[in-house]
Design a protein around this ligand. Sequence first.
Ligand code: SAH
Length: 256
Amino acid sequence: MPHRPAAIVSAMHEELRALLPLLNDRHTVRLAGRDFHHGVIHDQPVVLVLAGIGKVAAATTAVLLMHAYDVGQLVFTGVAGGLAAGIEVGDVVLARQLLQHDMDASPLFPRFEVPLTGRSHFDADAALTDALAAAALRSSGGRVHQGLIVSGDRFVASAVDSDALRALLPDALAVEMEGAAVAQVCADFGRPFAVVRTISDRADDTAHVDFARFIEEVASATTRAIIENWLLHARASAGPLPSGPSAPSGSGCGTP
Ligand code: SAH
């Protein structure tokens, strides 16, 4: 089986712009309004793409990566608002589990449960997350946390809203707008994925202040350092990255 590429998906232009100079043998394919940049970083085949913002944009991008480009694994990078105590601006948070905080089909289904799946929490791949956490610890000056990340189609930018989320979901470390959608798609396809976020704000009334400058000056550099360290380490220690389950013959993807 040819070695499948790893997808590195950015929520923001600035992050993609920081990663693109690392990409060798680049060729770009445009599909569904997205530029999929194929190439090699530190000997590892990768696809870099901008997902856009929100759950639908992220899910569309993840489906295309699985179905059109048969990626073996997916790493989503971006920024997030810190929710739990001690999760501060500049820290890195990796998802161990993800949940859609705006999913609510109650009373037909329990709150947060994705209807007809029987689950509200989706697990990130443990080995991939371990590898990225190690890369984050090696490369970033900030603190590194791991746990529950919650996603929804809302930029949480008031103390009232973040207090409400903390009360409903006391385990949540951070809030963002894409991760749990990617998690659901990757669960459908049976492909490993991880979500790595740099904390850009505390999801309170000051969340919008200097947001753009933070992305440009801090988050993009943090993402690039973690991804580069991860790929370099994979090359030095383990050879090719894991490439997900075998595809059923005749199909381009590994549906369960
Ligand atoms: N002003 C930005 C829009 C950012 S939307 C622009 O013009 O591009 C917020 C992005 O950051 C999303 O990708 C989301 O996942 C993440 N994010 C950071 N802080 C967040 C918060 N407090 N609530 C929700 N999403 C947040």
